[in-house]
Design a binder for this molecule. Structure first.
Ligand code: MN
Length: 231
C-alpha cells in the first residue's frame, strides 16, 4: 500500500519522565467555563457545557524552560490569549460517569487556546461556526503532559498567564463552572473519547490581545509552565 503523498507526521507531545510521547487524536475545547470569563464575554446564563474543536495542526509543543515562537496569524487584528488546563485522555469510553472520569485521564498539561477574537465575534453575531476564530495552525501551544499518577487528580490550584511580565489571568481552577469530571461526563455523551484525545477546559477572566513581540508565560499549579513569543 502506498499513499498519494507522504502521510502527515503524527502530532505527539512529550510525557514528563518518559521516553514515550502522547500521540494526539482529537482536540476538544470547553467554552466559557469560568464565571468571571462568561461575564466578560457578556453571558450570565448557566447552560450545560458546550464544546468546539481544534485542528491537530493547532498543537505546538513548548518544552519546559524554552521560549517557543508562534506566528501572529493572518486575517485578524484582535488575537487573544486564553490560558487553560489541558486534560489528556488515556482510556476509551462513552457515557462516562463523573465518578469514573478520573480513570480515563492519562495526565494534564498547561495550554493556550489562542483565539482570533474578531473572527469569533463575527461568527457569533451571524450564527456561524467558530472555526476561523478558534481552530487554526499554531493556536494551541501546550507544555509537556504530566501523568495523573504523579499529580493526582487536579481539582484546584492556580492557573495564570502573564504578558511581558504583567499578570493578565490568575484564578483558582476550582472556579471552573463545570469540573473536569463533569466535563468528561458531558462530552462523552456526545463523542466516544479515545486515548490521545485532549480537552482544553476553558479559561478564567482576563483574556486580552497580544501583538508581535509579546511574550506570554503561563502556569498551572502542580502541572507546568510554558513561554510563548509572538513573532
Ligand atoms: Mn478557551
Amino acid at each position: 500500500m502506498t499513499y498519494t503523498f507522504p502521510a502527515p507526521p503524527v502530532t505527539a507531545v512529550p510525557v514528563q519522565g518518559s521516553d514515550a510521547q502522547f500521540p494526539v487524536r482529537n482536540i476538544y475545547c470547553v467554552g466559557r467555563n469560568y464565571w468571571a470569563h462568561r461575564e466578560e464575554m457578556g453571558v450570565t446564563d448557566r447552560d450545560p457545557p458546550f464544546f468546539f474543536t481544534k485542528v491537530r495542526d493547532a498543537i505546538v509543543y513548548c518544552a519546559p524552560g524554552a521560549t517557543v515562537e508562534i506566528p501572529y496569524p493572518p486575517e485578524t487584528s484582535n488575537y487573544h490569549h486564553e490560558i487553560e488546563l489541558v486534560v489528556a485522555i488515556g482510556k476509551e469510553g462513552a457515557n462516562i460517569s463523573k465518578a469514573d472520569a478520573a480513570s480515563h485521564i492519562f495526565g494534564y498539561a498547561i495550554g493556550l487556546d489562542m483565539t482570533r477574537r474578531d473572527l469569533q465575534s463575527q461568527a457569533k453575531d451571524k450564527g456561524r461556526p467558530w472555526d476561523n476564530g478558534k481552530s487554526f495552525q499554531y493556536s494551541a501551544p501546550m507544555g509537556e503532559i504530566v501523568p495523573i499518577a504523579k499529580t493526582g487528580e487536579i481539582v484546584d490550584g492556580r492557573i495564570a498567564l502573564s504578558v511581558n511580565g504583567t499578570i493578565r489571568q490568575d484564578a483558582p481552577m476550582d472556579e471552573m463552572i463545570w469540573s473536569v469530571s463533569e466535563t468528561i461526563e458531558d462530552l462523552s455523551r456526545f463523542h466516544t473519547l479515545y486515548p490521545g484525545d485532549l480537552i482544553l477546559t476553558g479559561t478564567p477572566a482576563g483574556v486580552g490581545p497580544v501583538v508581535v513581540g509579546d511574550v506570554m508565560e503561563g502556569s498551572a499549579e502542580n502541572v507546568g509552565t510554558l513561554r510563548v513569543k509572538i513573532v
